[in-house]
Design a protein around this ligand. Sequence first.
Ligand SMILES: [Zn+2]
Length: 227
Amino acid sequence: MYKNFATKLLFFALLLLSTLCSLKAQTAFRIVSKPIIFDAERRQLTLDYLEKRHGLKQSEPTIHPLMVVLHWTDIMSLEKTFDVFNRSTLPGARKEIASASALNVSSQYVIDRDGTVYQLLPDTVMARHVIGLNYCAIGVENIGSDQYPLTEAQLLANEQLIRYLKLKYPIEYVIGHYEYNLFRETDLWKESDSSYRTEKTDPGRDFMKRIREKIKDLNIKGVPDHK
Ligand SMILES: [Zn+2]
């Protein structure tokens, strides 16, 4: 009888442990709020960008997310990246994109090397991170570079963030920044100057291959199937 009781006790202990473990797995993903400045100047520059670059005259600087664009920062710390994105206007050094707009670059999310996810702007407020597509794209920057490829913790955090965003919005595409030029010939592309382009390598082909493997059950596209 005691043996039976001990077996039952062990069974319930294991059940409790597995429940606790699955609860922990479900709650492990969290987003840390770390808002950048979104003052009257940034708001107006964002509205101007939507109108002049994307041809969208709007009363609010908002987007309807259809796409997630993954990046790496080429800046090796979260705090330095935050400082770069925090100001409303571009610093003078970014001449190659300053003629298109004075609006500073940013992204809705930044993921640190340890996988911590920081949210800088609401999902539906436009950030300047990808030519032609900002009006429909949520930007996810990752602290890293060609020399310092993204970490396993970042891979997991990107996967969790994409799954979270896919539940909230009709996300059709997840692309690496280096792939954005593939959309030039599609209906999604909205940029008034066809010669405005930059060549990108972020966040690396290997990372995109790996993230696509992780999220393949979501059936999210990587290349355009629009016109
Ligand atoms: Zn990028």
